[in-house]
Every structure is written in C-alpha cells, then in structure tokens.
Design a protein around this ligand. Structure first.
Ligand code: B12
Ligand code: SF4
Length: 573
C-alpha cells in the first residue's frame, strides 16, 4: 500500500490527556522544555496509538478537519497520527500534511508567563513539540503541502514565521462551510489562493452545518455550544455567533467517543450555562440535567468534566447549582479532601474572573457580569464562589494581569478580591494579557513580565500560595516548594526580575505573615486560612438567596453586545 494522500497531526502536548486533568495538561505544557526532564521529570506527553499507528485521540478541531475530508476521501486516504508515526505515514504519495495549532509558539496567555519565569528565551513544551513536527525530516524528504489551522494558528502569522517553517497555507477561523472547496484548490495548486486564509464571519456555520466528528477527541471533548454573546474585548469566541448543539448531535458524538475507548467526556463550551439558554443568559436547567443524564447513560462513560462557566448566573439563581450538582459532581474524576461528596468528588469548571477592578471590568468585559453592574463584580465573585463551594464546585479561576492601562489602584482592587477569596476552595491562576488575533484588542500590546510591578508580583505569588495550600497543604510537595523558592530567588529570580519579587516569593514559600506585613499590600496577620470554607458575605441574605441585597440588575440594552454575537438558538425558540 502506498502512503496516504493526506496526513493530519497535532503536537503531543496538545493531543495529550495528561493525568486526565485539563489544567495539569495546560500548565505542564507551559514548562520550559529545558527543565521538563529535570525537576519536572514526571511530565510526559506520551499518547496512545492504534496498532496500525493511527492516533487514538487528538484535539476536536483536528477531528473536524478529518471528518470534512472523509466526505470526499476514504479512510485509507486520510490518516491522523502523532509525531512518532509521521515517518510511517508521510510518503511519496502524500499531498498534504495538515497540522492543528492550539498554542503552537506558546505565546498565548499563561504559557508566555510561566515559561519565562525561568528566563526570557526559554521555549515552552507546547512550542517545542510543535517545532518537532514542523521541522520533521520527513517533510523535507517528501515535500507535502503544509497546512496549519486551529485556534492558535494566528500565532505563526503574528510571529512572522510562515517562511521559516515553509508553511504553505494558514487557515484561520471556522472551516465547516468552506474547507471542502478550499482543500481541493490547495491540492490543485490554485495560484489565486492566498497563503493566509481568514474565514469571514458570514461563513460561520449554523449548527446544522457542523457534522458529528467521526473519531475520538482528546479528553473526550464534545462541543455543546459554540460562540459567546457576552462580548469581552480580549476574547476570540466573543466574536463568534452563539450556537447551541441539539442533544441528538451531542449524544452521537458521546457514543462515538465511548466506542473508541473514551471513558470521560469533556463538554466544551465558552460557558456551559449558554447551552439551550433562555432569554437574557438564563441557564436552562432542565436541558442541562437532560444533557448530563444522557451522557452518563452511555455505556463506557464513567466521568464528565466541564470546560468553562460564568459566575453571574450562579449568583442570580443559586438554585441552579443546587439542582445541577447531583447530576455532575458524583461523575467527576477529580477529588479533594475538602469535598463533602461521599466519594470526595469535586468539579473544577474554568471561570475567567480576570480582575477585581470595576474600572477595568467596565472597559473591557462588562457583559461578563450581566445582569450585574461592573462595580458589583467583586461581590458577584465572592457570593458566587461561596455558592459553588457549598456544592463542591471548586473552580479553576483565571485572572488577567496587565490589561492595557492597569494602574496600581486597579491591582490593589484585584488584591482586595483575592483577599476576599482567602478561604475559597479553588485554583487561582494569574495569566498575562496577550492581544489575541480576532479580538477587539488585537492591536494592543502584550503585558511584559519584565515590567511587572511589585503589586502585580504580589498578586501573582499570592494566587500560587493559595493554590499550594489548597492542593498540597502541609504535604511534602509544599515543603519542596518552600525550599525551592529561596534558591530560585537567589540564583535566577533576582537577576531576571529584580527585588520586586522578593517578598511575594517569601510569602509563597511560607514565611510567616508577621514578617511580611510591612512589605506587602495584603496583610494576613491574625487571619489563618479557614479550612471550613468561606465566610458568607452577608449572613442575613444567606437562606434561599431569593433576593441579593445591593446587587441590582441592569438592563441588557446597556451592554455593548454586538448583534453578530447575540446568542442564536439551535432549537429556534
Ligand atoms: C476544550 C478546550 C481546551 C481543552 C482541550 C484542548 C485540546 N488539546 O484538545 C484544554 C482545557 C486542555 C485547553 C487548553 C488550552 N487552551 Co483551550 N479551549 C478549549 C475550547 C473550550 C474548545 C476547543 C474545541 O475543541 N473546540 C471545537 C473545535 C471544533 O473548534 P477549533 O478547535 O477551533 O477548530 C475549528 C477551527 O479552528 C479549525 N481547525 C482546527 N484545527 C485545524 C487544523 C487545520 C489544519 C485546519 C485547516 C483547521 C483547523 O476547524 C475547526 C472547525 O471550524 C476552546 C474554546 C472554543 N469553544 O473553541 C478553548 C480555546 C481554543 N483554548 C484556548 C487556549 C488559549 C488554550 C491554552 C493555550 C491555554 C493556556 N495558555 O494554557 C491551552 C493549550 C494547552 C494545550 N497543550 O493544548 C483559547 C484560544 C485562544 C486563541 N485564539 O488563541 C480558546 C479559544 C479559549 C478562549 N476562550 O480563549 N483548551
Ligand atoms: S464571557 Fe467573555 S471571556 Fe468568557 S467566553 Fe464569553 S466573551 Fe469570552
């Protein structure tokens, strides 16, 4: 048999189901390659292949490319494999090598920060793995057309590396409506086809145009919605039309993943509460319950995990979390000793908290807090966290440091929010502002690690102090970090970032608060962590949460949510 016509691949870090934990996969891929086999030696991104060498699981977007190709080509012509098997499949008959790019150069938020903590020019694993594909000798040998696409493909254009990597075509955007024709033109060397192909917004597919993918996705990713109507300026899904997939479509996808060996399903969405939502971003609880029950009923599926949610609906109607909990928390594979679930299960949906500054919130993301006003965001977060924690939802929360124009006053307000969250159960991950392509802030400048203020460093390491306590409190791992920090400061940190990181690092390393208070903004003296959980904001309003004192709804018309990003219901209500 000759070599297949088309080979599809994704880097090992992006295809990986590392530790079956989405956040460990994400964060581990930010580790500089240079250190990945030293004190981080446990990091391994080996993936499983079928006996014939085809990949068992790859990112869902690449599965979509495969599915679209399979409309016109046979399974013999289209092969999806990992780096290790490129040599086996790419050959003289191979016309195209299509590569998925989620974070190919590691210049998205988070990766950029974490890899650079050990030095400016270190390459994160994400980028290292992509480089191994794009510079693979088999490409030089057989010269297939190189096509790159996916949510992070823009990075290659932005860094101007198309020539260096001999990329023939970079395709940016949702491809369902256009790929079949585009691919034929690529194969036929159409000279009128530009090298960088940006799919226009009017070609965004309706759900009916999106097929169920044919093979298994990494983490059992199954899309339940696409796009978001909240309109945050730094976010790319904000510019996509909101769509909800019909249950039958989702279930077909779940069954396919289970047939191919997945035991877990990750319901991918910008916000799970957008699934079949009711007017004004009101979550559709019966639809969500039906969805969870349906997924769990599929033979072989043992666990479900969520991707993103937003906080405002939790506060607006806390009963949502209470109602959903029995259908999702017991089916999580993540456990924590603080969980009150009989098996100590917890779920960790991703929530973008972004900032504690009402000013920045109002400029860049006021739709995120709807129906609450920007100045109420801090209360919404604290109240929402308290509700979530009570039901064993211990979220993975991200913040953005260095939004354009951030002042010390803004950072102090973020620190105040962090202080409110001192007893919250969750993971708090500071990321750095990166102007993503296809967002309303694409022309702004990135925040720079080297320009971080003392307060921003305090914010950064206070988050990680919380995380260490939450995940490893009192354990050996905690001890290892405590010892490692003075070493890091003296050998590297001071040289790279100056004295500003000294006290934040000391706090992270566990130096008692009484020694820190003079040097830091937040004073934790006399406030040991309350492991029983967060103190309610206002005891009087606790029972029932029917009315939320001090939090007023705002009119949807006050939000600048573009028409093109308004949610559209697949079910047509
Ligand atoms: C599930 C998910 C994850 C999961 C699983 C990822 C995986 N490896 O499979 C986890 C949680 C691990 C994850 C991690 C990260 N993620 Co993520 N993730 C998502 C999420 C929610 C869904 C992705 C998905 O499957 N979508 C469905 C598919 C069909 O869409 P798609 O991948 O975009 O594919 C379409 C096109 O891009 C194109 N396409 C895709 N591949 C290819 C390949 C070729 C050759 C071509 C031609 C076209 C093409 O065709 C598809 C159909 O239109 C999206 C948000 C979203 N709704 O898309 C964020 C999202 C893609 N992630 C994002 C980011 C930044 C990351 C991280 C880099 C974060 C970080 N800094 O650590 C990491 C990367 C870690 C890694 N090593 O992979 C951002 C990307 C922003 C941007 N524009 O750059 C998004 C948009 C989230 C957001 N709101 O900002 N992610
Ligand atoms: S809430 Fe904002 S940040 Fe989150 S997906 Fe929607 S537009 Fe993006």
């Amino acid at each position: 048999m000759g070599s297949p016509l088309i080979v599809l691949t994704a880097s090992n870090t992006e295809a990986s189901e590392y530790k079956h934990s989405i956040w460990q996969q994400m964060l581990s891929a930010t580790i500089p390659h240079k250190y990945s086999k030293t004190f981080f030696s446990q990091v391994s991104f080996e993936n499983e292949s079928w006996p014939d060498g085809r990949a068992k699981y790859v990112p869902n977007g690449l599965r979509m490319v495969e599915t679209l190709l399979l409309r016109n080509y046979s399974e013999d012509d289209v092969v999806v494999c990992y780096l290790e098997n490129l040599e086996k499949f790419v050959g003289p008959e191979t016309k195209a090598l299509a590569i998925h790019a989620h974070n190919p150069l590691g210049i998205s938020y988070a990766t950029d920060v974490y890899s650079k903590l050990a030095g400016e020019n270190l390459m994160p694993l994400n980028a290292y793995e992509f480089l191994k594909i794009i510079t693979h000798p088999v490409i030089k040998k057989y010269r297939p057309k190189i096509i790159v696409g996916g949510p992070g493909a823009w990075q290659l254009e932005k860094a101007n590396r198309l020539d260096e990597f001999n990329i023939d075509y970079l395709i940016d955007g949702e491809i369902e409506m256009v790929f079949t024709e585009l691919f034929e033109r690529i194969i036929q060397n159409d000279p009128t086809l530009p090298r960088i192909i940006k799919i226009p917004k009017d070609k965004q597919p309706a759900v009916e145009d999106i097929p169920v993918v044919r093979h298994r996705s990494t983490f059992g990713v199954v899309e339940i919605t696409r796009g978001c109507g909240r309109g945050c300026q730094f976010c790319s899904p904000a510019t996509k039309v909101g769509r909800s997939f019909p249950l039958s479509h989702i279930m077909e996808s779940v069954r396919m993943n289970a047939r191919e060996g997945a035991t877990e399903i990750m319901i991918a969405s910008e916000d799970m509460f957008l699934y079949e939502q009711l007017p004004n971003f009101t979550p559709n609880v019966p639809a969500l319950i039906e969805l969870f029950k349906g997924i769990k009923s599929v033979p072989g599926i043992e666990t479900i995990q969520t991707s993103h949610i937003t906080m405002a609906p939790v506060v607006k109607d806390p009963s949502i979390i209470e109602q959903l909990t029995p259908y999702i928390v017991p089916y999580s594979h993540v456990h924590h000793k603080d969980s009150t679930d009989p098996k100590q299960c917890m779920i960790d949906p991703i929530i973008g908290l972004e900032t504690g500054s009402p000013r920045l919130f109002n400029i860049f993301m006021k739709g995120k807090g709807y129906p609450y006003k920007s100045h109420q965001w801090r209360d919404v977060v604290v109240k929402g966290m308290e509700i979530l924690n009570r039901h064993n939802w211990f979220p993975f929360c991200t913040f953005i440091i260095g939004l354009p124009g951030e002042t010390d006053e803004d950072t102090k307000q973020s620190l105040d929010l962090l202080s409110d969250l001192r007893d919250a159960k969750g993971t708090f991950v500071p990321t750095f502002f990166v102007p993503l392509e296809n967002t309303r802030m694409e022309k702004k400048s990135s925040a720079k690690l080297i320009e971080m203020t003392d307060l921003q460093w305090e914010f950064f390491f206070t988050c990680w102090k919380y995380n260490l306590e939450f995940w490893y409190g009192g354990s050996k791992a905690n001890f290892k970090f405590s010892l490692g920090m003075p070493l890091y400061y003296n050998m590297l940190g001071k040289k790279l970032f100056g004295n500003g990181i000294k006290y934040p690092l000391m706090r992270f390393a566990g130096v008692p608060d009484r020694f820190m208070r003079k040097h830091m903004y937040l004073d934790f003296t006399g406030r040991p962590r309350n492991h029983a959980g967060m103190k309610p904001l206002d005891k009087e309003i606790l029972p029932g949460f029917e009315t939320i004192k001090g939090l007023n709804m705002i009119d949807a018309s006050q939000l600048q949510i573009g028409r093109s990003s308004e949610p559209v219901h697949a079910s047509g209500d």
